[in-house]
Ligand binder design. Structure first.
Ligand code: 5CA
Length: 451
């Protein structure tokens, strides 16, 4: 891709309406454009990042045996009346009437719809467990949409639902998602900590929020610092292994403010290990037994001949919110340098030639750039060439802002077939093109095998 052909509407300065760095950067680089309060269009750079995040989320869902479906955004009010949530959900739900005057709504979540799909086909314990997920837009008419796509009204969510025959089996499903979430966030180069949380309008009594630390986060958290030393390394999809994983995390006090109890905190956590700070909720998992299956009559035959309502859980990841969350974690706004994790970078490598303004078309650096570009693309490296005639330092600044992690700079430090190669935050090196390809592809493989 040549930058002169792209739609990357970069602003000279930070937009004054944005209060937090992710919102500033996303507007500055032209990743999103607000279309009305809390509703955004995703422009090429933002969309590319979101799609790369989505791919990782999907791969990690598939790895635990969850199956992808796609449910509509518009739902009928009927099923919500069956569960009793049509009234309970209040003003956050966007209610619509169709031409027959039927009450419809734009889905804020999908517990009812997926239960309806389940009950129409699954009748026996023999077909369980079922883990279904989709990645779809949601609408919540938030009282105060703010911080750009972090708390907006229309957002992109992965939501999964589990159906089991018993509580024990349902906890096994819950724990599969627990592991899958730790793996997903690790691949996104984020440290997301599971914290005991409130269940709000989804319901149930077992729930964890996955939170990454950020001063600008909206969740207040109380935690034992030692939880940050843990990871999911070595865990496998097996009841015991997953139970142990959850226990390993749950041994440390770690809650959001709705669950906070000062006495417990001070009793369980020694002073030097206490951490009270803020974070961004990037995922949330719930276990709620038969809260929806009972009113919607989703029951299966049990081995002995009796029937029982299935035990359900639901599991959300804020796919669009993650774009902002990664910026909050990785953007150095003082130096205006962003470095996307390689796995989700809008481009993995930028080729930045110094171009002679008078005869740009025949410029040797531009010709070399094209050759390098073709070679990188052939080797599956997502690359962009800056073919404008701006000076080298403003081109470099531009790619620092966009957050492309690797740059090949064709200026005075590149000679013949040896090029100046720079990874953001590291010293520049002089390398041949095949060395560059190997280096980038090795890093990509590493981020794949992180867990
Ligand atoms: N049905 C359950 C799980 S599938 C559910 O809806 N959970 S949730 O309400 O916690 O949302 C899941 C995730 O979506 C949250 O962890 C958060 O990352 C994201 N999210 C929720 N509300 C918003 C919003 N207004 N803007 C952006 N992302 C949001």
């Amino acid at each position: 891709m040549y930058i002169s052909k792209t739609f990357i509407p970069i602003l000279k300065n930070n937009p004054s309406e944005a209060k937090i760095k992710s919102h500033q950067l996303m507007l500055r680089v032209g990743m999103i454009k607000q279309s009305s309060a809390g509703i955004y269009s995703w422009l090429p750079v933002g969309f590319k990042v979101m799609k790369k995040i989505e791919k990782i989320v999907r791969e990690e869902q598939n790895k635990i045996g969850a199956q992808e479906i796609l449910m509509p955004t518009i739902q009928s009010s009927e099923i919500w009346k069956e569960s009793g949530r049509y009234e309970d959900y209040g003003n956050e739900m966007l209610r619509i009437k169709d031409r027959q005057n039927r009450e419809m709504l734009y889905g804020p979540t999908n517990e009812e719809l997926v239960t309806d799909i389940f009950r129409s086909s699954i009748k026996s314990y023999k077909s369980l467990p079922q883990l279904l997920y989709h990645i779809q837009w949601k609408f919540r008419d938030e009282v105060r949409p703010r911080f750009g796509i972090m708390r907006c009204r229309e957002f992109y969510m992965k939501d999964a639902y589990s159906f089991d025959v018993s509580d024990d089996d349902a906890f096994y499903s819950y724990n599969k998602f627990f592991l899958s979430y730790l793996r997903t966030f690790k691949r996104l180069d984020l440290t997301a900590i599971p914290m005991a949380a409130d269940t709000g309008p989804i319901g149930g009594n077992l729930s964890h929020e996955f939170i990454i630390l950020a001063d600008t986060g909206e969740s207040k958290i109380f935690t034992d610092k030692r939880i940050f030393n843990l990871d999911s390394q070595g865990s496998v999809i097996d009841r015991k292994s997953l139970e142990d994983l959850r226990k390993k995390y749950e041994q440390f006090y770690s809650v959001t403010d709705e669950k906070f109890n000062k006495e417990e905190f001070e009793k369980e956590v020694s002073e030097e290990n206490r951490l009270i700070t803020k974070g961004i909720e990037v995922g949330h998992i719930f276990y709620f037994g038969d809260k929806y299956s009972k009113p919607l009559n989703a029951a299966v035959d049990l081995p002995g001949g009796k029937k029982d309502f299935v035990k359900m859980g639901s599991y959300g990841i804020g796919v669009s919110r993650l774009v902002g969350a990664i910026i909050e974690a990785k953007y150095n706004d003082k130096e205006e340098i962003m470095k996307w994790p390689l796995a989700v970078a809008p481009y993995e490598c930028a080729i930045i030639p110094m171009i002679n303004k008078r005869d740009a078309k025949l410029d040797i650096n531009l010709i070399k750039s094209e050759q390098i570009y073709n070679y990188l693309i052939k080797n599956n490296i997502d690359t962009i060439v800056d073919d404008t005639d701006e000076n080298l330092s403003s081109k470099i600044k531009k790619f620092n802002l966009i957050g492309v992690p690797y740059k090949i700079i064709l200026g005075k430090n590149s000679n013949g077939d040896v090029f100046e190669f720079k990874e953001t935050g590291k010293e520049a090196q002089k390398l041949k093109v095949d060395q560059i390809v190997n280096l980038i592809n090795e890093q990509k493989a590493k981020s794949w095998f992180l867990h």
